[in-house]
Structures are given as C-alpha cells and as structure tokens.
Ligand binder design. Sequence first.
Ligand SMILES: NC(=O)c1ccc[n+]([C@@H]2O[C@H](COP(=O)([O-])OP(=O)(O)OC[C@H]3O[C@@H](n4cnc5c(N)ncnc54)[C@H](OP(=O)(O)O)[C@@H]3O)[C@@H](O)[C@H]2O)c1
Length: 271
Amino acid sequence: MKKVCVITGGGSGMGLAAAKYMPKDKIIIVSGRTMSKLEGAVKELEEAGYEAFAHTCDTSDRESVKALAEYAASLGEITNVINAAGLSPAMADPEKLLRVNALGTVYVNKEFSARMNEGSVIVDVSSNSAYVLPKFMINKKTYALAETNEDLFLKKSLKLCRLPKDEYNKSGFAYALSKNFVVWYAQHCAFGYGLKGIRVCSLSPGLIATDMGNKEANAGGDMLQYTAENRMGTPEELGYAIATVADERNGYLAGVDILVDGGATNGKNFH
Ligand SMILES: NC(=O)c1ccc[n+]([C@@H]2O[C@H](COP(=O)([O-])OP(=O)(O)OC[C@H]3O[C@@H](n4cnc5c(N)ncnc54)[C@H](OP(=O)(O)O)[C@@H]3O)[C@@H](O)[C@H]2O)c1
C-alpha cells in the first residue's frame, strides 16, 4: 500500500515548501480552497519527481475535511498530515480566524486521526503569535469547548477579541488566540492519540516571506529586530523544519511546540 502525505494549505507558502522535502516514495495530496493554486502546486511537485494530487477542502467545514480524509485514505495509508491551512489578521475578521485556524485544526486532527495508524504523524502549524498573549487571557476550559460546544467556544473567544479598539488589532488578537489554541490542541491530541501510536506536534513559525507573511510584514515587522539575524525566514527554511518534524524517523518528538522564529520570541529578553 502506498504511503500518503496530506498537506492542508499545500497550494502555496510553507505547506508547498514542506511537500518538496518529503520523501519521494509518498503520494502527496495538496489541499486548499483554490483549485487553480493547487493545480500549480501539483505541476511543481510532478516536475520535482513526486506523485501528487490536488483536492479542494475548506478546513473550517467539517464535512469538507471529512471528504478530504476519505479521499486520502482511498489512495493509500495516511502516514503524514501537515496542517498548514490558515488565515492571518489582514485576511479575515475574528470569527473567520477562529473558525479556520482553531476549529479547522480540530476537524483536521479528528477526521484524520480516525483514519491513521501506528507510526503516523500530524503537524499543526501555529505561529509565534501564540506566545504574545498574557497568561490570564488563556483559558483552557474555553479551549476544551472547541470539541464539545463550538458555539460557546466561539462566543467566549470572540468576547475577548472585542477588547482591542481597532479592527486590525481585534483580528490580531483573534489570530494570536487561535494560534495559542493550536499549540494547546496539538498537545491535547498528542496525549489523546499517543497510545494509538499517532505522534502530534505543533510548529510555530515567526515572520516568513510567503504571500501571507509579506502581507503582514508591516504589522509584524517590529518582530524582526528581535530575531538573531534581523531578517524574515524563507518558505524553504520553514518547509525543511516542518518536513523534519513530520518525518516518521523523528519518532520521539511529540506533545511539544517547535518554535522556528529566528529567535524572535526569546530575542525580546536580550534587547
Ligand atoms: N507567513 C508567516 O509569516 C506566518 C507566520 C506564522 C504562522 N504562519 C502560519 O503558517 C501557515 C502557512 O501560511 P503561509 O505563510 O505559508 O501562507 P500562505 O501561502 O497564504 O498559505 C496558507 C494556505 O492556506 C490555505 N487556506 C487558507 N484558508 C483555508 C481554509 N479555510 N481551508 C483550507 N485552506 C485554507 C490557502 O489557500 P486558499 O486561500 O486557496 O484556501 C493557502 O494556500 C498558516 O497557518 C499561517 O497562519 C505564517
């Protein structure tokens, strides 16, 4: 049976860059909402020697995620899931950000883990924005509602997002909250799926020069001064990091967030 690697958000940026570092004996499925983008990604992967397929999926829609997981399982054994789909503050309002980044991660981890076996891996892409929220604003009981009562999860989370005054900062707050959730949820899943042999990690990039990163460069640019080399990361650097975490040979890496932000989060302590 062929091994299958599924990449949500695989049509561009870090997801597509990660695909190019995966072993070539795997089938790669790139997924996202825009078929033309996915077709371009498949073409690039085929030219690089991969067997690749495109499948549209909106990760904020559980049925759509279920259909993607069923499609992947029909092609072979799902061994790697890289959940790179996401929206940034400049792209969406707080509710949309929470639906795609937070609830989308719940749908992906749940629908795929139900179809994965021992030795498989899920990597959820978060952000170093996950680390900017004051601790008192992080409520694990609210996070747990994402699995049991989505409406209440959204209501309680959106109440917090109304605290900042302007629209960009409301979305910025929602982004940070949704990505903090991703870090927590990946750990929650790591300990939930661990005995089944499914390894789960999150990975938090800093400011990376993808379409999204370039859109956020003005707002996030002040983070750069705290990086060790005073620069943005490249999609290729992050692709390599993500693919390494998603590699089955990295078998003891679980229940942890891997911060790949050029030092920006820790750099604040040295300025
Ligand atoms: N770039 C940065 O500076 C940075 C920093 C920290 C974290 N991140 C995170 O890294 C991940 C990858 O982002 P990137 O920088 O590589 O940006 P990107 O090139 O914009 O990639 C994001 C991908 O997600 C897809 N997507 C968006 N909403 C979706 C949805 N509802 N369902 C399925 N797919 C969806 C997009 O395709 P469609 O629009 O066609 O669906 C796009 O291909 C994201 O989770 C992002 O939050 C990025």
